[in-house]
Design a protein around this ligand. Structure first.
Ligand code: C5P
Length: 404
């Protein structure tokens, strides 16, 4: 399912210097896949991190580096470069180029093009956390935003300089999403919709240090939240304890237990669509101990009295007037997949059940791929084995079609 929402659009991509410049290569690949033309301008510093040849190979276009190259000026002057584009994107944007843009400097091809353009500009900053938080950079950002420059904010995380904090370049798909929002707003069929997604396992405490859990990684649920956001939905993701990062552009409520997950879901209502991808623990310990349960020499191991957790999907699907228009559940099974999925569809009052076989030999649990069947009152639709991200995109598209 090749999405070509940027078909026929042209981006002038300015690659400035920084360790994150390698991500520009992936950005070009994704843009080209969307049908977008890309022409690159590489700064001198950028050229320390990626070569003109790699940019040229991926963009399939000449790469511009030099303000005073006579051929370039006669064939394609710096004014013409930006005229031919629908959008200028600076990724990665260093503290230096942001400062030059804010100050109106034009001392190389990139800064000159950026000063000479009347096209929209999107910047994706990337730098050391202290450079990003420095009042000079923050003041430059405020100036640029006030002038209408669009920003894909940097992410928080571990950095190449062994520090942690905001300053990491946004991931290429996030930059593509921002480009789409600017160049192809019609490609956002879920704009104005609110989606709720649950993801990951729940942890049910036994005592302050022990808990009951399961092997859900949250990969599929998080990918669904990201895919719905990519289509323009406002997404609330209620996530159990997972190690996958929060998807960008999504409001994440972190919870531990099923009871907390239900609370967070109820307070997210009303929503247009709810996707329950979490592997909620079926039982919790009736009375979790307030102190650590001690091992007593010679004593029998403690027995745990369990009590059922609330069924979040069934509760939200029975929410009367607050029931989402579309309720999607998951059935991860090792036996009798279809019969179980159909049973769940009725019992839980869901509209669709996404059924997948999680027998260990499939490698699906915790893996990168998924093979699913969409079970609904209309019948069963079987999808090929796909990357979890692609299952998510396909499901998001189907949700968009269903909501109309
Ligand atoms: O009954 P089972 O756990 O197999 O049902 C799976 C579906 O129900 C999933 O969509 C899961 O997220 C949802 N569920 C839930 N709350 C529970 C148990 C399951 O939302 N307590």
């Amino acid at each position: 399912m090749a999405a070509v929402s940027l078909s026929g659009k042209r981006v002038l991509l300015v690659v400035s210097g920084g360790i994150a410049a390698y991500k520009a290569l992936e950005l070009i690949r994704l843009l080209r896949r969307q049908g977008c033309g890309v022409t690159c301008v590489l700064t001198d510093n950028g050229g320390q991190f990626v070569t003109p040849l790699s940019l040229q190979a991926l963009s399939e276009s000449k790469v511009y580096t030099d303000l005073f190259s006579l051929t370039d000026e006669s064939e394609m002057g710096h004014i013409q470069l930006s005229r031919a584009a629908d959008l200028l994107v600076v990724a990665p944007a260093t503290a230096n180029i942001l400062a030059k843009m804010a100050g109106g400097m034009a001392d190389d091809l990139a800064s000159t093009v950026l000063l000479a353009t009347d096209k929209p500009v999107l910047v994706a900053p990337a730098m050391n956390v202290r450079m990003w938080l420095h009042p000079a950079t923050q003041a430059n950002m405020a100036t640029l935003k006030q002038r209408g420059v669009q920003v894909v904010e940097p992410n928080e995380g571990a950095m190449a300089c062994n520090e942690f904090g905001p300053g990491r370049l946004a991931e290429p798909p996030e930059i593509v999403a921002a480009i789409e929002a600017l160049l192809a707003p019609g490609a956002k069929p879920l704009a104005g919709r609110h989606a709720l997604v649950t993801s990951g396992p729940t942890h049910e405490p036994i005592d302050p240090v022990r808990y009951i859990a399961n092997r859900s990684s949250g990969k599929q649920g998080h990918a669904i939240a990201a895919a719905l956001a990519e289509l323009g939905a406002r997404v609330t993701l209620v996530a159990g304890p997972v190690s996958v990062p929060d998807p960008r552009g999504v409001t994440v409520r972190h919870v531990e237990t099923a009871a907390e997950m239900l609370d967070a879901c109820q307070s997210a209502l009303p929503v247009d669509v709810a996707v329950f991808a979490a592997a909620v623990a079926d039982w919790r310990v009736e009375q979790a101990a307030t102190g650590k349960i001690k091992k007593q020499p010679g004593a029998a191991p403690p027995s745990l009295a369990l009590t059922p957790n609330p069924d979040i999907l069934a509760t939200i699907a029975a929410a009367g007037p607050r029931r989402p228009r579309l309720v999607v559940g998951f059935a991860a099974e090792t036996d009798d997949l279809m019969a179980n999925a159909q049973g769940k569809l009725k019992r839980k009052n869901a509209d669709w059940i996404v059924a997948n076989d999680v027998s260990p030999e499939t490698g699906i649990m915790g893996g990168a791929e998924n093979a699913v069947h969409i079970v609904s009152a209309a019948g069963i639709e079987t999808w090929p084995r796909l990357a979890k991200d692609d299952v998510a995109r396909r499901l998001a598209k189907r949700i968009a079609d269903a909501l109309g």
